[in-house]
Design a protein around this ligand. Structure first.
Ligand code: CMP
Length: 145
């Protein structure tokens, strides 16, 4: 099934964007949108609102707003699960115990500094893609008022 998902390269792995895009294409996915940005603390908290009650929430928001991130729309067969498989286990120190050299095993450090993010479902992907790549239908285009 053709799917779309949101990929984010976190601040600790932005310099590895070349290797990461290679991993995306090697996995059979394609990059259909891409943008570099920097999130404010408020934007990071909004993006991760489903985790606001978690113990790690403040660390997560602080880290992901600490520098630039690269966000991409990926497309392909089973894109949601394929991208999460490329990422590997959430905690990079756990990911390094796996035999496969996942993105987080190679470029992350621990549970917070973990190099990348991927939507966990098609519903999350729709919300997260809209967050970073808002559709303009029904809105005035910018700078025309
Ligand atoms: P991500 O895929 O961006 O989605 C939620 C994030 O929460 C996850 O990556 C981790 O960075 C972070 N996270 C999840 N569990 C923990 C944890 N136990 N300790 C610290 N951060 C965590």
């Amino acid at each position: 099934q053709k799917e779309r998902t949101l990929a984010m390269i976190k601040p600790d792995a932005v310099t590895k964007v070349g290797d990461i895009i290679q991993m995306i294409y090697d996995a059979g996915l394609i990059v259909t949108k891409a943008r570099m940005t920097r999130l404010s603390g408020k934007q990071a908290a909004d993006f991760y609102m489903e985790h606001q009650s978690k113990s790690f929430f403040n660390n997560l928001v602080q880290f992901v707003s600490s520098g630039p991130v690269i966000v991409m729309e990926l497309m392909g067969d089973e894109a949601v699960s394929v991208w999460r498989k490329v990422l590997g286990p959430t905690d990079s120190s756990v990911a390094r115990k796996d035999a496969s050299a996942s993105l987080r095993a190679q470029f992350g450090t621990d549970g917070t500094k973990n190099a990348g993010h991927g939507s966990d479902s098609m519903a999350s992907a729709a919300r997260e893609l809209e967050f970073f790549f808002p559709s303009t239908a029904g809105h005035s285009p910018p700078n025309t008022a």
